[in-house]
Design a protein around this ligand. Structure first.
Ligand code: UDP
Length: 313
């Protein structure tokens, strides 16, 4: 039985990953300080004897307190609203968090997989985004605490590999949605579904011509677990996401229709540095992981709408 640590394990992606790892028979340590993570996301998992919740801040975690075989490092507020609330905290969590986890991995000769992001490409000038693209990031803007924090984390992973031989793996995660999303974290899919179900105005930022490509969480978690299973020389970074691209205006209309909502679609100001076009090139993930997302936006939205109907009751 493998012992696996998931940092940020009570968050949206972390909790879905913990569930998957438990189903595969692993022992799972879930580290989370509940800054954005929620106990309700792991409530059922806590009944398992193979699950241990550690309520601590990753920055102060004692790396001598556990022995592990694998680490998934997901700890960081991830929605723009959440990571911009306390940007100094966000950048410190990114940088000090990965440093601590790399030390833990090195000490245990364990594999470590870093949750990186499409934000490393910034507002991309290359389309679709391939891993070789170095990005177009504003280092002093309001998204920089997250974007630059995640970029430094990638750098530190590779420096640990080169200097200490640490077994690192990196995935760059594009927009993902599904069960256990936080209804208040300000993301576009959660906002539009909640607004539609509650009959409130559906808030498009800007004119809604910006694009995103949305991956259902189960597909993403499958890709992440496959990445961990690769041989040690496979490091990535690999893009993980669903290449089907939609404008935000299209998304608003799809969600309004699916929820039979009477909500009005309105346009508000576009936030600073909001990327205009985003779509992953997933050739590498297909080749090295034999991975391809299979859940369509239509199916994924049905599951997500059902989830929000349940939690909004
Ligand atoms: N967005 C929007 N209305 C909302 C929330 C978000 O139009 O209520 C837009 C946002 O400006 C961005 C896109 O939807 O262009 C995706 O936003 P999200 O916060 O989900 O993630 P991002 O991809 O920006 O990190």
């Amino acid at each position: 039985m493998k012992k696996v640590l998931v940092t940020g394990g009570a968050g949206f992606l972390g909790s879905n990953l913990c569930k998957n790892l438990l189903q595969q028979g692993n022992f799972v340590y879930c580290l989370d300080n509940l800054y954005t993570g929620k106990i309700k996301n792991i409530a059922l998992l806590k009944n398992s004897k193979k699950f241990q919740f550690i309520n601590e801040d990753i920055r102060y975690f004692d790396i001598n307190s556990i022995k592990i075989d694998e680490i998934y490092n997901a700890a960081c507020p991830a929605s723009p609203k959440a990571y911009q609330k306390d940007p100094i905290y966000t950048i410190k969590t990114n940088i000090l968090g990965i440093e601590k986890m790399l030390n833990l991995a090195t000490l245990n000769n364990a594999k470590i997989l870093q949750f990186s992001t499409s934000e490393v490409y910034g507002n991309p000038l290359v389309y679709p985004q391939k891993e070789e693209y170095f990005g177009n990031v504003n280092s002093i803007g309001i998204r920089a605490c997250y974007d630059e924090g995640k970029r430094i984390a990638e750098t530190l992973c590779f420096d640990y590999k080169r200097q200490k031989g640490t077994k690192i793996k990196i995935v760059r995660i594009f927009n993902t949605y599904g069960v256990n999303m936080d209804k208040n974290d300000g993301r576009v899919i959660s906002n539009f579904i909640v607004q539609s179900l509650q009959g409130k105005d559906i808030t498009i930022y800007g004119e809604g011509n910006q694009t995103r490509s949305f991956c259902y969480v189960d597909d993403l978690i499958n890709g992440i677990v496959k990445m961990m299973e690769t041989d040690d020389e496979v490091t990535g970074p690999f893009n993980l996401g669903n290449p089907q691209e939609y404008t935000i205006k299209e998304l608003a209309e799809i969600i309004k229709k699916k929820t039979y909502s009477n909500s009005k679609i309105i346009c508000l100001d576009l936030p600073e540095d909001d990327p205009i076009k985003r779509r992953p090139d997933i050739t590498k993930a297909k080749k090295y992981l034999d991975w391809n997302p299979t859940i369509t936006l239509d199916e994924g939205l049905d599951k997500t709408i059902e989830y929000f109907r349940r939690i909004l009751k």
